[in-house]
Each structure stands twice: as C-alpha cells, then as structure tokens.
Design a protein around this ligand. Structure first.
Ligand code: GSH
Length: 230
C-alpha cells in the first residue's frame, strides 16, 4: 500500500495535474475511483465542495478527513514540498508568481471553456448513451476558445514553457486542462507556439500515461476525436 492516495478519476484535469507531479517525482501512489457523475456520499466528508480530486497522505491518517487535501493546487504544493525530484515552483519570486498565475488561469478561465464548454457537452450525454451537445461544443470552440489560446500562444513566443526555459506548475496545469479538449476534439488550426507546447507536454511520460488511459476510458463512448470547426 502506497503512502499517497489520489481519489478521483484520471479524466479530471485536476487529478491529471497532481498525477503529473507524483509521476515525475517518482512517488508511488494508489488511486481510488471517485467519478464526477455519481460521487458516493462518504466522499463529501473528505471534500466539502464535492469535487475531485482529493489527496490522502496515509502517513498522517488512513481514514476520514485527517490526512486529506481536497484541492489540486493545494495538493501539488504539498507534493512538491514533501518529495524530492524536480521542483515545479521557481525560487525567484516573480517567476513563482507567474507560474501560479498560469496555474490559476488554467484551473479557472481555461477549464471553464474547455471543461464545461467542450468536454462536458461532448462526453456527459454520451456517458448516458445519448447524443453529444455538439452545438454547445462548436459554439464554445468558435467563440470562446480562440481568445484563450491566442493569449497562451503569445506568451509562448518567448520560450518553450510559459515562464521561459523552465517547466513549472503553470505548464502542467495548462497542459492538463487543455488535454480535456485534445481527448475529444482535433486540435484547432493556428496557434503554432501553443500547439508545439501542448504536443511537447503530451509526449512527457507523466502526461502520456494519463492520456493513454483516458483514451481507453473514452474509446467506447467516443471512438475518435471530433472535428469541431466543420
Ligand atoms: N479547485 C478544484 C477544482 C476541482 C473540480 O472542479 N473538479 C471537477 C471535476 S474535473 C468536479 O469535481 N466537479 C464537480 C461537479 O461538477 O459536480 C481543484 O483544483 O481540485
């Protein structure tokens, strides 16, 4: 049994972000499946907002709320401080502030568009054997996504990562959230710096392993990513 448990689903971008840090640092962890649709009642005691993921450190407590951290940003900071290996939080104050800004931007602005506006309308009906709400997904892709990608593309003109030369928590968060789009839709035209960034991140084993599992989990409901610009 590993010291760390991640409750949630690999399909959650926030779970994916924490998983990326654990995998990169070589930390063994167990997962306990808590789906976003149909969360069990016991889970509310661990995560008062009833959101996934939640992390447990079994060295602190093996059950109940003690030992748990019910937010991905909080658990990533915990993982980074507790375990050796590459740090995702720059020492330099400005670089740290920028890294946390990109994490926040990913988890709120980008996740709102990509998760609520594209992944959910495509996948949630399919999980229940219904048709995707393609009209919502296409409208979001056409009207809301370009502004977000244009911003990130502009930042990435200056270097391979959002903060320049070094990979930070901001890059992990943006790639983890954008993966929600890439899992269900073909990559949009344009935004060459962002596209190169995403493809570089998606090739890293810590993300590639998650994506392979997610594709397998989605394959029955969605055999191939959709073309949203048609
Ligand atoms: N700030 C939280 C956000 C977590 C979150 O919103 N998770 C989504 C799934 S990806 C969720 O559980 N939503 C609950 C729902 O839609 O009912 C974190 O970073 O962990």
């Amino acid at each position: 049994m590993a010291d760390i448990v991640l409750y949630g689903s690999p399909l959650s971008p926030f779970f994916r972000k924490a998983e990326f840090l654990l995998r990169t640092k070589g930390v063994a962890f167990d997962t306990e499946n808590v789906p976003v649709l149909g969360m069990p009642d016991w889970y509310a005691a661990l995560n008062p907002g009833r959101r996934i993921p939640t992390l447990r450190d079994r060295t602190i407590a093996e059950e109940g709320p003690p030992g748990t951290i019910p937010d991905s940003s909080a658990m990533c900071a915990f993982i980074d401080k507790k375990y050796l290996g590459p740090s995702f939080y720059p020492e330099d104050p400005y670089a740290l502030g920028r890294a946390l800004w990109f994490e926040e931007y990913a988890d709120t602005d980008l996740a709102g568009v990509v998760g609520s506006g594209i992944f959910r309308p495509i996948m949630f009906p399919r999980f229940q054997g219904k048709e995707s709400d393609l009209a919502t997904a296409k409208a979001t892709a056409a009207e809301k996504l370009p502004e977000k990608l244009a911003y990130l593309d502009g930042v990435l003109e200056a270097g391979p990562f959002l903060g320049g030369e070094t990979l930070t928590i901001g890059d992990v968060a943006v790639a983890s959230v954008f993966a929600q789009y890439a899992l269900v839709a073909q990559l949009p035209e344009g935004f060459p710096h962002f596209r190169a960034f995403y493809e570089r991140m998606a090739a890293l084993p810590a993300l590639a392993e998650n994506l392979a599992l997610c594709r397998k989990m989605l394959s029955k409901a969605l055999p191939a990513p959709l073309e949203l610009s048609a």
